[in-house]
Design a protein around this ligand. Sequence first.
Ligand SMILES: Nc1ncnc2c1ncn2[C@@H]1O[C@H](COP(=O)(O)OP(=O)(O)OP(=O)(O)O)[C@@H](O)[C@H]1O
Ligand SMILES: [Mg+2]
Length: 186
Amino acid sequence: MTDDALLFQRACLYAESKAIGLESKDRLGHGSDGSVWKSSVPTAVKALYSQKNYLHELECYTRLKNAGVQQINGFFVPVLEGFDDSLMVIEISIVKPPYLLDFGKVYIDEPPPYYNDAQLMANAQAEWRGWFGKHWIRVAGVLRLLQKYGIYYMDPRPSNICTGEEDDEEDDSTDWSEMPAEEEDE
Ligand SMILES: Nc1ncnc2c1ncn2[C@@H]1O[C@H](COP(=O)(O)OP(=O)(O)OP(=O)(O)O)[C@@H](O)[C@H]1O
Ligand SMILES: [Mg+2]
């Protein structure tokens, strides 16, 4: 069986346990951490490959749900609807752009070891800024606000943080070498 078929098998076992429908044709997306399908509810059911990514993602969605967070800096955040530790499956609400999702590659409570390496972080931020163009300032605000919940989000790509606008690639050449000052959410 292929990796993806194995993921779908686990997603189906989860769906059965919750008495919800799931069909392979309804895949919302896939990536390095797993695959996501739209259920009959509808919700998004994500089956993950690794326990580390699963636990990190579950911890983030749990923290955000407990804090009542449904959006950050104008980006909708999926709400945790269910999970199964043995199947490494999480079920979250479906979001439409602008949205923020995919907490598989976060660091929790402590930043990654390279966080204080100014050159490395400047390079990473230059790459992120290139992807988001004029939207980078808003996205950087999201990353900063997430730290209030002990979440260091290190995977800001347009597939994970979606502005819903087509000019993500546009660059306004502003020097955002510093993260913006903290802003209030909601
Ligand atoms: N709750 C959701 N609502 C709407 N679309 C979703 C939802 N969850 C996932 N998707 C879609 O599925 C895609 C893959 O999901 P996700 O980024 O969580 O997978 P991944 O395997 O962690 O990907 P990556 O390669 O970024 O690690 C997303 O880019 C998005 O298009
Ligand atoms: Mg992703």
